[in-house]
Design a protein around this ligand. Sequence first.
Ligand code: NAD
Length: 490
Amino acid sequence: MFDFTLTSERPIAAGMYVNGQWLSRGPASAAIEVENPANEDVVATITEGTETDAGEALDAARRAFSPWADRPAIERGRLVAALADEIEVHKDHLARLVTLEQGKPLGHAKQEIDAGITFLRYAAENARRIEGDIVTSDNRDEEIHIRRHPYGVVAGLTAWNYPFALAARKLGPALVAGNTFVLLSHEATPLSGLALASLSEKAGLPAGVFNVVTGRGPVVGAALVQSPMSDLVTMTGSTRAGREIYRAGADAIKVVRLELGGKAPFLVMEDADIDRAVQAAVAARYTNCGQICTCNERMYLHRAIADEFLEKFVAASRALTLGDPLGNADLGPKVSRVERDKVADIVASAVGAGAAVLLEGGIRENGAFSKGHWFAPTVLEASKNDNPAVQDEVFGPVATAVRVDDYDMAIRFANDTPFGLSAYLFTRDHKRLAQAPYRLKFGELYLNRSNGEAVQGFHTGWGLSGLGGEDGRYGFDGYLRKQTAYLNWG
Ligand code: NAD
């Protein structure tokens, strides 16, 4: 059992969850401290998993696979729905846990838990939608049947920005499709996954169907990818790690699904509703301290409205509050010191390359911010599209604007990136709106609205933003492999 209420005075030692058992390692085994990014207190310690741990978890998942896959899908769906019910009951504690390990404001953490519940419930509803096709044959007395089967054991690797929701997003459809699962969350935020394991026990998931290991990606994660016991790897994280995983899976021709980084352009044209665009740009840049893959990462502003937009955007950015994420602040801390410093480095190189500072937020480390990893909203303006703040993913509360002459120039600059996750466009011109899907090379478009995808959509990155995609019917289908049978009765 993992006590995810975290009410103990001292940091709790959390074990791994394998084959329905909580493994507590001896004092000699290596541990990783999990830090509260708002004050640097250690809230828990986790086991630094090894290749052997990965192997044990995969073995448990493999043994659990056939009995799980043999159940009618509706039974698997009911158990996944029961897990959603357990989460609902413990929502407040789970939200607090997310805030303590990740740093997002509590209200936003509650939304993350709700999103997790939605992912699981939607997956459960899909239990009656695993279908096949019967196709006419070219031969007499013959039919072609195309069936869907689960892959087997799924290894899920998740990023630190939404530790609870990202795990639920993969777990739900994988299980309902009939696969079993081994989860490795990023070592900075491993507690949400362990809490999910605790609740899966309560919900009655059979041993081995859902296992959680802890540790570092290049060790325990790499072992999950390379092992012949995993059949499909689904990862959400950085493009850097995605490349390593893709390479590591190559020898075994592993099925690999990758949801990677983004560099979303935010286009505001001369005919846009400026107040609405500003509001959306602020939400899309600063929510979760800028740590969302679909965040507004660079703004292309038509010259005719750029001054008005920037005046309002800078004022709204300045008005945002930074502070204790268990309180009412708009922004919490960055997840770690390393991530905070990465953002500071990008700002320094952007300014070095000629960007002007419109709002100097930057690192905060005095007074109430002497502990924790704080970075205040920062606004830059760049004149060139090759500025580092315009090209590299910031993943923090730094907004960069570039002025453009017209719509064509905005589209050209927007597409000048190897990333292809999401893009935003604000315009009232219906011709532009209708053309945008043909001109913007991104997997997810937000036209006249801020970010926030729906569970029935399809969240998918093009280019360096990944391969695979999640949610909706296409995301669910990703956990099912196809088989064709030629049935001849002649
Ligand atoms: P990360 O790449 O460091 O880690 C992600 C996961 O991969 C973790 O579970 C980690 O343990 C594992 N991992 C890392 N290296 C590995 C290796 N060599 N072998 C096997 N496993 C390995 O990611 P991060 O820094 O936590 O995430 C931030 C990034 O995630 C940002 O770029 C963000 O845009 C992206 N992201 C993308 C989406 C999306 O849906 N496209 C969603 C959220 C975050």
